[in-house]
Unconditional design. Structure first.
Length: 152
């Protein structure tokens, strides 16, 4: 795993954290826009995580490539469903779907790592990223659910 992966992953968390805190800000109009940005960005990152498995499945030495292709598509489908739900049902439902998608993806990656199908260092990065992403999304769900805001 290249050393650049860790700082890039940390950098990838910056928009997620900023959007999450903005989504619980005191200005309702800005908070709504930040909530949409949070959902959109979280969906993009989830879809990106699935793309990693497509790349691993394309390797000549890939184990169970057909399964890997399927596993690579699932996060994209979950992200797409969340985007649709955000528009047609509610942003809260979309966040719940994204949280479930993040958790399912990292658990599947963890299991793949135990079977030597995913690099162990990659899984540790994904666990860290997933933990922060899920904490941010849960924070938004809870604070918006109880009507609380954060003033920075």
């Amino acid at each position: 795993m290249p050393a650049i992966a860790i700082p890039l992953s940390l950098l990838g968390l910056v928009p997620l954290v900023l959007f999450a805190f903005g989504a619980v800000g005191h200005n309702p109009d800005s908070a709504e826009r930040m909530l949409v940005a949070l959902i959109d960005y979280a969906a993009l990152i989830l879809a990106f995580a699935g793309g990693v498995h497509w790349g691993l499945a394309l390797l000549p030495e890939a184990l169970r490539p057909n399964l890997r292709f399927g596993a690579g598509v699932l996060p994209l489908i979950v992200a797409w469903v969340a985007l649709i739900l955000a528009q047609m049902v509610s942003p809260s439902v979309a966040l719940v779907v994204l949280i479930a998608g993040y958790l399912a993806t990292v658990l599947a990656e963890h299991r793949a790592s135990q079977r030597l199908m995913t690099p162990p260092r990659y899984v540790w990065i994904r666990w860290g990223f997933t933990f922060v992403a899920m904490v941010m999304m849960v924070m938004v769900l809870v604070l918006r659910g109880v009507g609380q805001t954060i003033v920075l």
